[in-house]
Design a protein around this ligand. Structure first.
Ligand code: AMP
Length: 435
């Protein structure tokens, strides 16, 4: 049988010419998070399945149907202890970060702990534009602080990241509060009572949500369900006085910071762990609320659910592929792809050896160099140098290899000169670094 050379559905290859977008975003995230005192954390791509079931909620889409399990293949009977746990590919960042917060003793560090990450996430989703099965997120978390100022700080960080990306005028921040545990229980009951009357008119998913995850009824994308949601009791009208005060303060701080937002009383987010402030970043043109650029919120109970001391926290995750789509659509300058500035051309065996040494020497001095050792003629190598957009070609023939010299060709000016090997670095610095 012929081997299938196809990437899994819903995944993508990120080719060299695409990398400039990724570098652009990651540099901005690094810079802004660093400026706000966030430290970088990388957690494993695979974690125990229970971590998500316990934290995100058994009845959520992610836990019910979107996780990929990871299995070890072995012909021997697996009888080691650690083989018994069921591993999955991470379907989101927060649960793993909170696990690390507890496991790595961060609870005893000075609070709050501010962390950020940049990496791939896996969900079994129906692939379409902006929706993949492996996609990337930048993720930010502040653990150990309940102040509304922290909510404002995190939203400010996200806002400034989008500003640096050149997307500030393209986005809207939608915001809502889901209240604390007791507000949630009270509102949940009201929502169920209201929706029961319309049960038969709801889509099948919503009929199920009525029993399993009633908050999700409010943000169903089906037109009929949206009409019903319009008359539903609003979370925000039913917050306890503490939650109401907290939310009003967040909004005041955002006003002071000049961050524009839309109140969206039906913004619930999909996961069980969210409490109080929740927010999403949307494209202003996405009127039907089909796909967000990022989302986050408070999760004040999650650390406790995992067995830690009660610890308030808030986080946000932005979707890299969707941001890249936007950068492309608006033709935002993300810089040029990194190309090798020098191309080494060699003719003959001795020259090949010298070229190899030069690649090593110049590379360790910070120059970027490319070559094609499989090509032997001057013409074909010059053509490749030009296609690769190299600024300088270094040509080494038999004579140069014997003389310990090299021909330095300026590809833009089409001029060239022969220099001694010992003078090469100085000349390259002059040509490449002085402009
Ligand atoms: P969530 O973790 O669901 O709050 O998602 C945060 C962000 O990740 C979203 O706003 C999207 O930008 C991005 N995202 C979520 N799911 C996908 C997906 N299947 N494919 C691509 N991006 C996604």
């Amino acid at each position: 049988m012929k081997m299938q050379l196809q990437k899994p559905r819903g995944t993508r290859d990120i080719l060299p010419e695409e990398q400039k977008y990724w570098r652009f975003i990651e540099d901005i995230v690094d810079k802004r998070c660093g400026a706000f005192g966030f430290g970088k954390i990388e957690t494993p791509i695979m974690e125990n399945k229970e971590l998500y079931a316990k934290g995100i909620g058994q009845a959520t889409d992610i836990v019910e149907k979107e996780m990929y399990s990871v299995k070890r293949f072995s012909s021997e009977t697996a009888n080691e202890d650690d083989d018994k746990s069921e591993l999955v590919l991470r379907p989101e960042y927060t649960a793993g970060i909170v696990r690390a917060y507890l496991e790595d003793g961060m609870q005893s560090w000075p609070q709050p702990i501010k962390l950020y990450s940049f990496g791939p996430i896996f969900r079994y989703d129906r692939p379409q534009k902006g929706r993949f099965r492996q996609f990337w997120q930048f993720n930010t978390e502040v653990i150990g602080d309940s102040s509304p100022l922290t909510d404002a700080l995190l939203i400010l960080l996200v806002w400034q990241i989008f500003q640096d990306l050149g997307l500030k005028n393209q986005i809207v921040v939608e915001i809502n509060s889901l209240g604390c545990k007791s507000c949630r229980n009270k509102i949940k009951k009201q929502i169920i009572d209201y929706y029961k009357k319309y049960k038969n008119a709801l889509c099948l998913d919503c009929q199920r949500r009525l029993d399993t995850n009633p908050f999700r009824l409010l943000d169903c994308k089906e037109l009929n369900c949206q009409k019903i949601a319009a008359g539903s009791p609003q979370i925000i009208d039913n917050l306890c006085s503490e939650c109401k005060k907290q939310f009003m303060q967040v909004l005041e701080y955002l006003d002071e910071l000049g961050i524009t937002y839309d109140l969206n009383p039906r913004l619930v987010r999909g996961l069980d762990y969210y409490t109080r402030t929740t927010f999403e970043v949307r494209d202003i043109n996405d009127k039907n609320r089909q796909s967000s650029l990022g989302g986050g919120g408070r999760y004040d109970n999650l650390v406790e659910i995992y067995g830690g001391r009660p610890t308030p926290a808030i986080g946000f995750a932005g979707g890299i592929e969707r941001i890249i789509d936007k950068l492309k659509e608006l033709e935002i300058d993300v810089g040029s792809p990194k190309v090798a500035e020098i191309y080494i051309i060699q003719i003959g065996e001795k020259a090949k050896r010298m070229a190899l040494r030069l690649i090593s020497d110049l590379g360790s001095k910070g120059f970027s160099i490319s070559s094609a050792f499989g090509k032997d003629t001057l013409k074909s190598q010059l053509r490749t140098a030009s296609k690769n957009k190299a600024r300088i070609a270094l040509i080494i023939g038999q004579r140069e290899a014997l003389d310990k010299s090299v021909i330095v060709r300026d590809m833009m000016e089409a001029s060239q000169e022969t220099v001694d090997l010992k003078d090469l670095e100085t000349l390259l610095i002059k040509k490449l670094r002085s402009s």
